[in-house]
Design a protein around this ligand. Structure first.
Ligand code: FMN
Ligand SMILES: CCCCCCC(=O)C(=O)O
Length: 381
């Protein structure tokens, strides 16, 4: 059933509770800029190097235009999809974003409440500011995945995955583009590191295996341990087999940009791919994700789901990504700006806007379902 009709649009958009809230991601970002100190704001908004990839993630969307279809009776359209046997309200998810307490003291707990309310799956980061079990409690039965940062100590990785499975997370996202941290000029200028402020250690300081490795469990020792583990250049495709032995959950790899890596992901038995350049925060000069998507979708050829993040800001962006071969998309900074400005309400509003925009974009492009979206409604401009 279509979600946006005249009544719901009027109610949602001209309701006195929402009137004062920003209506675009750019507006949320402007307000976040006013609220947050330079360190956290630049950490969130910035990219690596000269920020070329950060910029191209956005321009890539402008290089495709939608050519809408008419007279297609879109009364009974749906945005629903099924991923890993789970029915989802829309093809939109919240990307793993660590250390959310730098945006708002409630961090992931506020995000989790908003995600649950909106029926949007949340991917919880290894470096979340609250323990994964606490976030899971907030979410109840709502869909959630766990994002794994590989540890040099494989038993720590195994422990995190087992904890996630026990806490009701339904997929594991292995991030593969962060074998070391991107070179972030803004953070150097600001002398800012959220980890050094102790914002991302909740899952480590509560991890029995990691703690068993320390002679004394202090915040300082745990941070040092995390820094050692975040640097894991030896990660390779054979590690997938070890991960597979630890869990029966679907495993996705996040950070794929090359079609040959997509082919390898399928060969190594991965269950899903996330086309991502980490929001332009890792390899600067890397291809934008929308540019990378068509070749990856072609190689994968429907064998496993392909998701995309980095630069998605509007409902029309979601339409373009799906039309070019994505099964679903994720957003990162947009919800974090909402969180910084208005906590749970901010995340809820960002999601509400994006979902309504997608519904309108689908209707006005003549699409009754996500399956209707394909390259025939796009043109390169
Ligand atoms: C502040 C911040 C923290 C992030 N933390 C993580 C993380 O812990 N794990 C991860 O896989 N990706 C992380 N990401 C990357 C996001 O998952 C996602 O790839 C990216 O934000 C998508 O781009 P967008 O912000 O343009 O939507 C982070 C991004 C930001 C902005
Ligand atoms: C030293 C901890 C770094 C965590 C990286 C979080 C992330 O993926 C990002 O900020 O981007």
């Amino acid at each position: 059933m279509a979600e946006t009709n005249k009544e719901s649009l009027l109610f949602t958009r001209v309701n006195k509770d929402t009137q004062s809230l920003p209506v675009s991601v750019e507006d949320w970002e402007r307000q976040a800029r006013e609220i947050l100190p330079d360190g956290p704001f630049d950490y969130i908004a910035g990219g690596s190097g000269a920020e070329e990839t950060l910029a191209s993630n956005r321009t890539a969307f402008s290089k495709w235009a939608i050519v809408p279809r008419m007279m297609r009776d879109v009364t009974n359209r749906t945005m629903g999809i099924t991923l890993f046997n789970q029915s989802l309200r829309t093809p939109i998810m919240l990307a793993p974003v660590g250390m959310q307490a730098i945006a708002h003291p409630e961090g992931e707990l506020a995000t989790a409440r908003a995600a649950k309310e909106a029926g949007v799956p949340l991917v919880v980061s290894t470096v979340s500011a609250h323990p994964m079990e606490r976030i899971a409690e907030v979410m109840g039965d709502a869909p959630r995945w766990f994002q794994l940062y590989w540890s040099n100590d494989r038993e720590v990785s195994a422990s995190m995955v087992k904890r996630a499975e026990a806490a009701g997370y339904s997929a594991i996202v292995l991030t593969v583009d962060t074998i070391m941290l991107g070179w972030k000029r803004r953070d150097f200028r600001n002398g800012y590191s959220p980890l050094r402020e102790g914002k991302g250690m909740a899952n480590y300081i509560t991890d029995p295996v990691l703690c068993s490795r320390l002679t004394e469990v202090t915040a300082e020792n745990v941070v040092e341990e995390i820094l050692k583990n975040i640097y894991h250049p030896a990660l390779n495709w054979n590690d997938i087999a070890f991960l597979r032995e630890q869990t029966s959950l679907p495993i996705l790899v996040k950070g794929i940009l090359h079609p040959d890596d997509a082919r390898l992901a399928v060969e190594y038995g991965v269950d899903g791919i996330i086309v991502s350049n980490h929001g332009g925060r890792q390899m600067d000069g890397a291809i934008s994700t929308l540019e990378a998507l068509p070749a990856i979708a072609k190689v994968v050829a429907g064998k496993i789901p392909v998701l995309l993040d980095s630069g998605v800001r509007t409902g029309a962006d979601v339409v373009k990504a799906i039309a070019l071969g994505a099964n679903a998309v994720m957003i990162g900074r947009p919800f974090l700006f909402g969180l910084a400005v208005a906590g749970e309400k901010g995340v809820a509003s960002v999601l509400d806007t994006l979902i309504h925009e997608l519904d309108v974009a689908m209707a006005l492009s003549g699409s009754n379902s996500v399956a209707d979206l394909n390259e025939s409604i796009l043109v390169r401009v």
